[in-house]
Design a protein around this ligand. Structure first.
Ligand SMILES: [Zn+2]
Length: 436
């Protein structure tokens, strides 16, 4: 693994912006009339128009002026969005799209078709990441904006040896973080088996390099000061290093408050939890869309599904149902107390399908107690702020033309995010999913 990461080049990393700027801009588009979903205000601006030019939103106007705007831009294609709703492009803040060379292209196609225009990859294969950056830089592939941490930083016997750097001492931690920083990774991913003192060293070293840490709460560390410096905690840490045991819910509010005061974001990934339980049923049936994914992905998913189904007892299923209920409760409480919530699916895990799973996560967030507006924020404006990208997650002149055009209003019913007519990524038209 160390040998692999040494072949990173600084040029190939960096957060996608330079890549987009070097690629030819798609043709300009006038989208009018259309209803604009203002997620932060929880309101719809009715009968508006947008000019998409050079990958950005160039102009928003009153649809009554549409003919005039079109005359001023002769030859520009016009899309009629009468009765439709336009939403900022969605973020999936926890995906694994880079773990095999065959995965990125079909994953990216699915993300974009489902309106997911930005993804935070949470760790994968370094060689694949390098290859993808190269393809993006050469404009050979349509991809969401993507952030990538490099390998997981884990304990001496990593959970996933192929995708991890094994760390035993604080010195090794410092060396690994500075290696990754030199190769311009976007952030550091801390994993479940780090010891408390090695985790401390990771967090200090990352801070010195100007890199943020996201990941699991290590079981041996628990909620230490180092964990409170994480940018985000993944999966609510229920099984691993749990910071809110279901048997002691009354004690959870104090931990939640500490995390909220420290500004730590949470990525609940409820859909991953729900899916891993659902697929362990002997009557589980694959969706036809799975056929569109590469053979290596399908083979891995089928293998894991069989293993899960063989292992699952009624007792196991009951425990999983309880864990999902607890995760929903935690999510609702964190939201009520004002935590920063990020919508993430863990796509790439068995049967957590890229793209559609983000919409499933949004529905689960609403089922956990968030309003439609709050769930949409967790997939648009909140992750844009979290990634410090004011050009993303909102619809305004100067913002990137990352948009999802919907038949129905998602503020009224969260399932309406699935009524996709088209996606625009940097102004480029992307057709909806084949099943829609
Ligand atoms: Zn993950």
């Amino acid at each position: 693994m160390r040998a692999l990461i040494l072949v990173f080049t600084a040029l190939l990393f960096g957060n996608g912006r330079a890549v987009a700027e070097s690629c030819p801009a798609p043709p300009d588009v006038i989208l009018a009339p259309v209803n604009i979903v203002d997620v932060e205000r929880g309101a719809v601006r009715k009968n508006r128009g947008l000019v998409l030019s050079k990958g950005q939103i160039a102009e928003e106007f009153d649809a009554a002026r549409a003919s005039r705007v079109a005359r001023l831009r002769p030859g520009t294609a016009r899309i009629d969005g009468e009765g439709a709703f336009v939403l900022p492009g969605l973020f999936d803040m926890h995906v694994h799209a880079l773990w095999d060379a065959s995965a990125p292209a079909p994953f990216f196609a699915q993300f974009l078709a489902y309106g997911v225009t930005s993804v935070r990859d949470m760790g994968g294969d370094s060689k694949t990441a390098i290859a993808v950056r190269g393809q993006m830089a050469r404009c050979e592939i349509n991809a969401p904006t993507i952030w990538f941490p490099g390998p997981f930083l884990d304990g001496p016997q990593p959970v996933d040896p192929e995708l991890s750097i094994a760390l035993e001492t604080p010195e090794q931690a410092r060396a690994a973080v500075s290696d990754l920083a030199a190769r311009s990774v976007d952030f550091i991913k801390a994993y479940s088996l780090l010891s408390a003192n090695v985790l401390d060293a990771v967090v200090v070293a990352a801070d010195e390099q100007g890199l943020r840490v996201a990941g699991h709460v290590p079981a041996a560390a628990g909620v230490t000061d180092a964990v409170l410096k994480f940018a985000s905690i993944e999966h609510l840490a229920i099984e691993i290093g749990g910071f809110c045991p279901s048997s002691q819910r009354e004690a959870c509010a104090a931990v939640f408050q500490d995390m909220i005061a420290a500004g730590v974001a949470q990525t609940p990934t409820l859909v991953a939890r729900e899916t891993s339980t659902r697929i362990a049923s002997p009557t589980f049936k694959e969706e036809p869309a799975v056929e569109r994914l590469p053979e290596v992905v399908r083979a891995y998913w089928r293998r894991e599904q069989k293993k899960g189904a063989a292992r699952a007892t009624d007792e196991w299923r009951a425990a999983r149902r309880q864990s999902l209920a607890h995760a929903r409760w935690m999510t609702g409480e964190l939201s009520r107390l004002g935590a920063i919530l990020l919508a993430g699916s863990d796509a790439g895990n068995p049967y957590v399908e890229p793209g559609v799973s983000l919409h499933e996560e949004l529905a689960l967030l609403v089922a956990a107690g968030l309003s439609e507006r709050e769930a949409l924020e967790a997939a648009t404006s909140t992750p844009a702020k979290f990634m410090m990208r004011p050009d993303l997650g909102r619809i305004a002149p100067g913002a990137s033309a990352d948009l999802v055009l919907l038949r129905r209003n998602p503020l009224q019913r969260i399932e309406n995010t699935r009524t996709i007519i088209a996606t625009f990524k940097g102004g480029l038209y992307i057709a909806p999913p084949a099943t829609e």
